[in-house]
Design a protein around this ligand. Structure first.
Ligand code: GTP
Ligand code: MG
Length: 425
């Protein structure tokens, strides 16, 4: 199958001396490629702060205009979010379409969204991004219509503004409509979450930079410990393969159970409109008992990616959930794996021993309210023995004259519940 040709673009970033500048330009290139475009020229300008009117300096805008004219490039991608008037001024100055980082990320999300919820969330973010921009571009059209002089300016202005108002109202109506639909979906999700909480299973969420291998780890764990009917999640070597939250139950051989969730990956400067729109999807992470931060250990920018993940978690209000850090894709490095030091693991999602090491680390963090005890259960209370076999880790069973003797590792709540059968050795 022929791939659709990639749109050639010029990228440009403002270097104000921030330590992460180089990384953010690499990230921008990856985002551009994720949007089926290709970078033909990368430009940067060192300026202590942006020019309020055109973001870049006058000389740079002229340089861009020359490149556009000479190289036949018609899209310029800017590394930051611009104000509506900066976009307008740059478009006028370069005769090219200007796409800012936010617009680019929104477009990628829009192309990736599959489920109804993800589509609505992206639509909401796009409408919110458009709302202030629509106003400006419409009044700009109005300025062009009225020109500099013109006695009829007042009437034109009036009709132009009402047109803007109308479009704004249309967008606002769409926002309300999408919000309403999302609310219904969210209510259902919240009910499910409550249901699960009532089941009192601990919940663990995979978080991290996009393409780190979260979904691959989820699949490896589900393959080994999931219910047979539970589906694998989508994995692909691209940015933002996952936009939907998936929750799967894992049951370990010792009957300990937990819920594992996989969700949307992060990138630096994730647009606020998207973070807001995806709040309910990200709620899984906020409500988790444990986070597994997944890092691509083979990526030279892993430190910056970890900082991005931690910043994004803070932005969505996830601040005090315990976390273990998984340095994944170790098979692509020279590192020895699996290797665990405290709450950090170097491993590969492709390796069975790594998965066991991860499970061990997760269990230590999550199942701390367990106790081991001996019980003697009279034969008349056979249902208690059945309960133990289903819900606890039965270590030893002996049939004695006055009942079944069990040595069991179980939740402290269950221990309290069956206290009457406890025997001390
Ligand atoms: N070599 C190697 N490749 C891996 C490993 N883990 C994941 N990958 C590959 O990395 C790519 C991204 O994996 P995903 O699991 O989709 O990553 P993700 O973190 O879910 O990404 P998003 O959903 O986009 O945020 C895929 O091509 C995987 O096959 C690993 O341990 N080793
Ligand atoms: Mg994924």
């Amino acid at each position: 199958m022929e791939e659709t040709p990639r749109t050639p673009v010029v990228t440009i970033g403002l270097n104000a001396g921030q330590a992460t500048f180089g990384y953010s330009m690499t990230e921008l290139k990856n985002l551009v490629e994720a949007n089926n475009m290709t970078v033909v020229e990368e430009i940067q300008q060192s300026l202590p702060k942006p020019n309020p009117g055109t973001y870049f300096g006058t000389g740079k805008v002229e340089e861009l205009a020359t490149i556009v004219a000479d190289d036949g490039v018609d899209t310029i991608v800017v590394n930051d979010e611009l104000t509506p008037s900066q976009i307008r001024n740059l478009e006028a100055g370069t005769k090219a379409r200007i796409m800012d980082r936010t617009g680019l990320i929104l477009e990628i999300f829009a192309n990736r969204a599959q489920s109804r919820e993800a589509k609505l969330q992206v639509q909401l973010a796009m409408l919110q991004y458009q709302l202030p921009r629509l106003h400006t571009s419409a009044s700009q059209r109005l300025d062009q219509q009225t020109g500099s002089g013109g006695g009829g300016g007042f009437t034109n202005r009036g009709s132009g503004e009402s047109q803007t108002e109308m479009s704004r109202r249309t967008i606002q109506r769409s926002i309300n409509h999408v919000n309403h639909e999302l609310k219904e979906i969210n209510q259902a999700a919240a009910t499910q979450r409550q249901q699960r909480e009532r089941n009192e299973l601990p919940s663990v969420a995979l978080v991290g930079y996009t393409n780190a291998g979260k979904s691959t780890l989820m699949n490896a764990l589900v393959r080994e410990f999931g219910k047979s009917e539970e589906k694998q999640v989508f994995v692909k070597n691209m940015l933002f393969a996952t936009l939907d939250t998936s929750v799967r139950q894992l049951t370990f051989p010792d009957q300990k159970k937990l819920l594992l969730s996989d969700t949307v990956g992060f990138v630096s400067q994730l647009p606020t409109q998207l973070v807001k729109a995806f709040r309910s999807t990200l709620a899984e992470a906020a409500n988790a008992d444990l986070l597994i931060q997944v890092v691509d250990y083979a990526d030279p920018n892993k430190e910056a990616m970890m900082a991005t993940t931690e910043q994004t978690l803070e932005d969505i209000g996830v601040t005090d959930v315990p976390m273990i850090t998984v340095f994944n894709k170790a098979d692509l490095t020279d590192a020895h794996y699996p290797n665990r030091v405290g709450d950090q693991l170097i491993l590969s999602a492709m390796d069975a021993d790594s998965i066991d090491a991860l499970v061990q680390a997760v269990k230590e963090k999550v199942f701390h309210n367990y106790v081991t005890a001996n019980f003697l259960i009279p034969f008349a209370d056979g249902d208690v023995v059945a309960y133990m076999n289903d819900h606890a880790n039965v270590l030893d069973t002996n049939y004695e004259a006055d009942g079944t003797a069990l040595k069991v590792e179980l939740q402290s709540a269950d221990f309290d519940r069956f206290k009457q059968y406890v025997v001390t050795e």
